[in-house]
Ligand binder design. Sequence first.
Ligand code: RP5
Length: 162
Amino acid sequence: MPKVAIVMGSNSDWPTMQQAALMLEKLGVSYSAKVVSAHRTPNLLTEFAEQAADAGYQVIIGGAGGAAHLPGMIAAHTYLPVFGVPVRSSQLNGIDSLLSIVQMPKGVAVGTLAIGEAGAANAGLLAAQVVALSDKTVREAIIAFRTEQTATVLALDELSLP
Ligand code: RP5
């Protein structure tokens, strides 16, 4: 059973949310990815979120754009940690998504990431960090990733800067 669920409001969110999937793959964390809309498929959202813990998921990543109620509504139905990714919207550039996700009422938590691809990648990284608390292999993969990232930056010299 996958440890992380990536849920998004529309298949149009996939180019962004794929970054979370790629990060999880890089770190060796199993995941599933599905479209569940808070507004278009509200009953499916409730059913998914209520069963997520029993299904064996440890973390849920929710990505949505515009009136982005998906991560908050999932969080309302589960004790699992939920990370929210504001997908960049065509009208308001993702500010609407960000504000919809980040302004949760006290008592129901969503960990909100940055707008767009960086936020999605970091949601994958954070989810892996949660999994790593009880998984030594993932822990080692994260440490290796961070070490490699640092070495890459340190290896830059003035000539290779754009
Ligand atoms: C949101 O509306 C989705 O998360 C998506 O970001 C946005 C637009 O969806 P589509 O009209 O492209 O399906 O619910």
